[in-house]
Design a protein around this ligand. Structure first.
Ligand code: SF4
Ligand code: SF4
Length: 147
């Protein structure tokens, strides 16, 4: 497609079809890492602990369609609730577009391949761990540049 004719360039998030909305996800898996908010200072921290449904190689959810059966606390991303998603990583395609930014060159919609997000080192692949005891979460806090 020519510049300016791609749906993510011509539509805002509220105008996208369900298919377009889903295609926007880059598959980085970083939103599927455990996060904690410290009340003092209201600080959000990411850990490298993956959700139990995350395939840590592909960074895809293993039961995406019926994930709420297994992980009721998983938040569905919806445009009308976008303000609640302050925890999305800075590279998240939804966050970028919502902030009026462009998709990066490694985004699968630009590169044409889902592998590009991993090749660019922008996914959680290879740097996340399986679920851990909750009392240990501080050991797994990470400060990746792309979070
Ligand atoms: S952070 Fe955003 S782009 Fe990455 S997997 Fe989650 S929803 Fe998709
Ligand atoms: S249930 Fe699936 S989509 Fe939700 S956080 Fe876990 S891996 Fe991610």
């Amino acid at each position: 497609m020519k510049n300016g004719q791609n749906f993510w360039e011509t539509k805002n998030l509220s105008e996208m079809t369900d298919e377009e909305w889903e295609a926007l996800c880059d598959g980085c898996g970083k939103c599927c890492l455990e996060k904690y908010v410290f009340e003092k200072g209201n600080t959000l921290v990411f850990t490298c602990i993956a959700c139990r449904l995350l395939d840590r190689k592909s960074c895809r959810c293993r039961h995406y369609k019926d994930r709420h059966r297994y992980v009721p606390e998983c938040s569905p991303l919806r445009f009308d609730k976008f303000k609640e998603y302050y925890w999305l990583p800075k590279t998240c395609a939804y966050r970028l577009l919502n902030e009026g930014k462009s998709l990066p060159e490694w985004h699968p919609l630009i590169s044409g391949t889902p592998a590009s997000v991993h090749a660019a080192g922008m996914s959680a692949a290879g740097r996340c761990v399986p679920p851990q005891p909750e009392t240990d979460f501080q050991k797994y806090i990470v400060e990746w540049d792309d979070l």
